[in-house]
Ligand binder design. Structure first.
Ligand SMILES: Cc1cc2nc3c(=O)[nH]c(=O)nc-3n(C[C@H](O)[C@H](O)[C@H](O)COP(=O)(O)OP(=O)(O)OC[C@H]3O[C@@H](n4cnc5c(N)ncnc54)[C@H](O)[C@@H]3O)c2cc1C
Ligand code: FES
Length: 291
């Protein structure tokens, strides 16, 4: 965790559909004031058979209004409960939790690679990076157009590339194909300007992104999305194997240096039916483990 963590009850201020997803705006001024892209909140749910809180990436903040925005896909009882709450419902929130994407130390070419709802926090990050003088490209990938996250126009110079596996919108292929093409045009160092990659999406996509970046010798940070129990470093549900041993993605992550993750172990434990169901639910790049 990188700063002050607030435990609060914030009212649901607004709820709206965003493509295939649900955007929730929640009053949480202290979290809005302290959050950075990549961090998440843990939300209490009161649905049947759900005991644990549910983690969600912070997709944006409005510090003036004192609100945070979450973007979620409904995949089970907890997300169905949250996505159907009436406005004004009090929600039990803890955050901001975890690590954030670290902006480049000097102006860089930032390639932000996302899949499904993983694009939402990257879109927030894109505006901040652009405002900081970076050249930002957002690679927005999904399996098909209906589950492509619709990125709202944002201030700043951000170029958006849409990619769908079935070609129903944007370029046809995997978001990693688009990444490869961008890196071919602009390798790791180009006229003294470094390229950095930030990625958020399902694990198979992150593996593929990490492979492409390693092949091009480009620095890459990924926001991993492991199942979580406590979200505060106690239960060890969320461990991710790295070259330095297991780390807890709730407090040492979720944003980690891709080059330090033992990707083979991560993929090995995700090769069962749960992993496939998860990828399909997110609507992004199921099974794309190829680098
Ligand atoms: C750091 C972090 C950030 C996240 N950010 C978002 C976000 O911005 N938007 C969003 O919609 N979801 C996000 N998730 C996933 C979200 O937490 C789960 O979808 C949610 O907890 C599922 O709860 P449920 O009760 O609806 O489903 P459950 O009944 O618990 O599970 C239904 C299905 O969802 C899968 N699932 C459950 N937890 C996860 C998880 N952590 N990662 C992947 N699949 C999971 C299960 O394997 C199962 O297939 C994030 C998870 C983490 C760890
Ligand atoms: S979720 Fe409990 S240690 Fe990370």
């Amino acid at each position: 965790m990188t700063g002050t963590v607030d435990v609060t009850t914030g009212a649901l201020v607004a709820r709206r559909p965003v493509g295939a997803y649900h955007a929730l705006s929640i009053a949480a001024p202290a979290i809005a004031a302290n959050a950075a892209p990549g961090q998440f909140v843990s939300v209490g749910v009161d649905a049947a058979d759900t005991v644990l809180r549910r983690p969600f990436a912070i997709a944006g903040v409005d510090t003036g209004a004192g609100t945070i925005e979450l973007v979620m896909a409904v995949v089970g009882a907890g997300t169905a409960w949250l996505a159907s709450r009436p406005v004004s419902t009090p929600l039990d929130i803890v955050g901001p939790l975890g690590t954030s994407f670290v902006p480049p130390e000097r102006p860089a070419r930032c390639l932000l690679v996302g899949g499904g709802y993983g694009v939402a926090p990257l879109a927030w990050s894109a505006s901040r990076l652009a405002a900081g003088g970076n050249a930002v490209e957002l690679l927005n990938g999904a399996r098909t157009a209906s589950v492509l996250y619709p990125v709202a126009p944002r201030p700043g110079q951000v170029t958006i590339h849409e990619v769908t596996q079935d070609g129903s919108r944007g370029a046809t292929g995997l978001v990693t194909d688009a990444l490869r093409a961008r890196l071919a045009d602009h390798p790791g160092q180009h006229d003294g300007t470094p390229t950095v990659v930030h990625a958020c999406g399902p694990m198979p996509m992150l593996v593929a992104v990490a492979g492409v970046c390693a092949a091009h010798d480009v620095a890459c940070q990924v926001a991993v999305e492991e199942h979580m129990g406590c979200s505060i470093g106690v239960c060890m549900t969320c461990v991710v194997p790295t070259v330095a041993g297991n780390v807890r993605s709730c407090i040492d992550g979720p944003v980690l240096d891709a080059a330090r993750i033992e990707w083979t172990s991560v993929l090995g434990r995700r090769s069962g039916p749960t992993a496939r169901a998860t990828s399909t639910n997110r609507g992004d790049h199921a099974g794309s483990g190829r680098p």
